[in-house]
Design a protein. Structure first.
Length: 299
């Protein structure tokens, strides 16, 4: 599975990676558990070759046939892809759980309430029992997980901004800038003191500008958080009233489209948000998260 850590889930592994997976593959033996049978047989041929070098040639031939045969198997290739997807989902589930635990209690509860609302939407659609949309649940779950991931990133960003704003008093900064500008006006021009005061004024002005940007970002985040919560509530209400999964599917597609705008805003402001909080969920593209059921179990 080491090779799986280097490849994105869903990508077709290279032939070299498949050969490596085949070589490291273990087999489950009754009463013994999983054993590296391939490596054990190589060891046997290696020892036997000491007495008769012909066993070395036989062992190499059998190993090459085994590796290339298994790596060329479509079933084995699909198995490797599935294992990598499961591993990536486990990794993201752990990162998700760690990020949720980082939240303040009130925000953690807010996130979990949204998870519960999304689970209600899943259950509501299952109750419709329409076989004509066999892949509907997967598509819906993916969109809802995307929504949850954005919501969590917004909550993390909000906490980082709030913590930063507490440490920067706007009125004190403004008063400090005014005081420095007065000293600068009284200082002789082109002197070391004037240059030092000018540099300090510029630093304080940048701090003031950063605070203004943070306040603007906080307003956007609060609006987006409320929008997501209201959208999930509307999805549940519309699905319950109409009883038509087609309508819910269309609404989810529309929500996913509008959420892409939120994602772009976060990417455009990644430098500011990352410098304030520094969370792995903020600094990377949204993952293909596990099912909502697995997310809830991790919490």
């Amino acid at each position: 599975m080491r090779a799986g850590r280097r490849s994105m889930a869903g990508e077709t592994p290279s032939y070299v990676e498949l050969l490596r997976e085949a070589f490291n593959r273990s087999a489950r033996i009754p009463f013994l558990g999983r054993l590296p049978v391939n490596k054990m047989l190589l060891a046997v041929f290696g020892v036997a070759g000491i007495a008769n070098p012909g066993f070395w040639l036989l062992g190499v031939g059998l190993e090459v046939a085994f590796l290339f045969g298994l790596a060329s198997s479509a079933r084995f290739q699909k198995l490797v892809q599935a294992e990598r997807l499961m591993e990536r989902q486990r990794e993201w589930a752990e990162r998700l759980r760690a990020s949720v635990e980082r939240l303040q209690p009130e925000n953690r509860d807010r996130y979990r309430r949204l998870v519960d609302s999304c689970r209600l939407i899943l259950g509501m659609s299952e109750a419709l029992q329409l076989d004509s949309l066999g892949d509907f649940r997967d598509l819906r779950g993916q969109n809802l997980n995307q929504l949850l991931a954005i919501f969590l990133r917004l909550l993390l960003s909000r906490e980082a901004i709030v913590a930063n704003l507490k440490g920067v008093d706007r009125r004190r900064l403004e008063a400090e800038i005014t005081r420095l500008e007065q000293r600068l006006a009284e200082a002789a021009p082109e002197t070391a003191l004037a240059r030092s005061l000018q540099g300090t004024v510029e630093i304080q002005r940048r701090r003031l500008e950063n605070r203004a940007r943070a306040e603007q970002s906080l307003a956007v985040i609060d609006a987006e958080l409320e929008r997501i919560e209201q959208q999930v509530a509307l999805l549940h209400e519309e699905g319950a009233v109409s009883g038509k999964p087609e309508l819910l599917s269309d609404r989810l597609d529309a929500v996913a489209s509008t959420m892409s705008e939120t994602t772009r805003w976060m990417e455009d402001n990644a430098e500011l948000l990352g410098s304030l909080g520094g969370d792995p969920l903020m600094s990377s593209n949204l993952p293909e998260l596990p099912d909502l059921d697995r997310v809830e179990e991790k919490q």
